[in-house]
Design a protein around this ligand. Sequence first.
Ligand code: C2E
Ligand code: CA
Ligand code: CA
Length: 704
Amino acid sequence: MNQILKGQSDRTQAQIIYTSQELTSDLASMVNRWLVNQGTPELKWRSDARNFIERTPGVNEIWWIDSDLTVQWSESLKPLHHIDIKSIISQPGIQTKLASAQRDNLPEYSPVINTDDGYNIIFILMPIVFDAQFDGYFAIEIYIDEFLARILNDPVNTGFYTKAYAGQEVVYADGPQLQQNSYLEFFELNLDADIDGWTFKIYPTDTVLTTILSPLPYVVLTGGILIVFMLLMTLLSRHKAKNQSHQLSLEIKEREKVQQKLSYLANHDSLTNLPNRHYITQYIEQYIANSDKAKIPFTLLFIDLDHFKDVNDTLGHAMGDQLLKKLPELFSRIFRNHDIIARMGGDEFIIFLPDKIREENVIALAERFMKQLKYPVEIEGHQIRLTGSIGIAMYPRDGTTVNELLSNADAALYRAKDKGRNTYAIYDSVIEHKAQARLKLVNQLHEAQEQQRFEMFYQPRYDAQGHMVGAEALMRWRQAENDYQEPKAFIELLEDTGLIVSVSWQLLSESCQHFKTLLSSHKNIVLSFNVSARLLEHPEFLSRLKNILDEHQFPYDRLELELTEQTLIQDVENSQYILNQLTNWGINVAIDDFGTGYSSLSYLKNFPVHALKIDKSFIHDMNEDQDDLELVKTMIVMGKNLNITTVAEGVETYGQLQKLVAMGCDEFQGFLFSQPIPFGTLQSHLQQLSDIDFAALDIVDGSN
Ligand code: C2E
Ligand code: CA
Ligand code: CA
């Protein structure tokens, strides 16, 4: 029996130590989360505390008591439950414990308190300390009954009763009055260094007694010796247990401290001491998970300092670092205590604003921040002024995962920078999707250029006798074999990105090569090549052009460059200079899309121009719109007066052709004769017949 009781006693002791150890470690983790987070926002704190209460039997309520011993918040699962925590912590005995908890950075335990409704409770006082930082305490209220009952299980199942004493007072008993029972085993545990130990007494239940002990007289006889022996054991074990338990608590704390330090380092940026990318992403992830279906809103500001690189480049990295170090203070002037400021790396920061904030208030905050940034920061005698760009995204509106939100805030930031920096942009899915599509297209264009997927098609041009006088090179983007994309989908972007310059040179070279072979049999045809503004304004325009022509030994007078009025008037002086040079070389210049520009016709006199290409929109509407017809007529007459060839673009019907011929237009181009075609097709076309019998077109074109 003695052996059996001893076994049960050891098991019970181990279980209690283990559970207490778990509790301490769980609490230390909570403190850890708090510290890493630099003052957890109330909402997050509550959810953390609630989780703790839920998973810890016997815990009903947790309070945060700040460093001034003011009770700030509490969280309880039982709404009606009331404990006068203020009067408890004002007791001198508890005050001493709070002080030593802070000093030793170890949890302290209150003596047992009897509540009005007859429960025994104790408080764990957990200090929130890390290095020099002290944020007060967590006070955790534990119901002894509930706490021990979960550990010890039902006596009917275990076969043993347990009775716990704090000092002389019975604080827990799960069996009948057992004072008379001579079979018992007990151990002592103390919770901290200076509290009197708790005694746990273990008794067998009647069932165990009757089944195990039949030779009762033997026990009565030896009872006296047993009790003396047990007393001795108790004295020894009491001392041992007291030290053991305290030692354990110390070890756990020490281990937690190291972990705290490690996790602090993993979660913080060493330069600014702000939470880092790792931390903030995890935090947001957790926040979203905790708010779960409730989708408690929050806002993210993605901040990027403008031209921070210049600070590093001109004043050195050390200075840049010092500037970054000053930022947390600057941030804290604008953002609230429970907002989280994290450094994403470099000069990028994330501000997490919990709760729902109206858009106009977010904007006001962003504007205040930008204003604050502009005040000069002094570092080693240098006055540095900063500006920043901000991208804003809101949960759940602009994304439901941390990645989505960060990437959308980043997209908005990108747009803010695009707007000229020192401003903010709020994520807008329509705008950002367009921007994304554009970005994707830009990448594809780069790729297409590298893989030489831009090719030239050619559209022939005819004079009034039906002789082919040349062809216009029109760019196509080869997607797959026999699948070509027309320029309207991408030409603007090619120009915006400046890619048009390299693509143009590559294609000019290709067209020269093509035309070189045609010229051997058709000496008089002209290659028309479109020149965009970006190309014309390029400082090396003339020299590159000359190089390519010379490389292919291409006769200058067989090339015509098409430029729009818009292109020419962008830099009139430069245009004039270049056009003069081109004319000197014998290269022809045509004004493209003529009539659509806003330039006055007087400009024409300033530019040496060889041909006018009347825009296809006038040709298209000529038959229905009398005004357009008049305009076309005027353009043709003007061309005649200035001795400039007039070319009608976009001729689609025989009726149009007839009218144009009648008005005296010199040359024609359009689907009526041919679509733009690949070089091979143009070549065979030329070999068979280069001229067109206009009269024969009448049959094809039924409209007139
Ligand atoms: P553009 O210079 O005015 O070229 C004439 C456009 O009209 C071509 O469109 C041609 O296919 C189309 N077209 C020809 N005949 C007809 C017709 O009868 N009816 C109609 N509705 N359209 C006709 P494309 O090839 O799509 O080129 C569009 C524009 O892209 C060109 O207008 C030009 O501004 C630009 N582009 C094309 N290739 C190049 C290039 O190599 N360099 C530069 N800078 N721009 C180019
Ligand atoms: Ca053209
Ligand atoms: Ca045109």
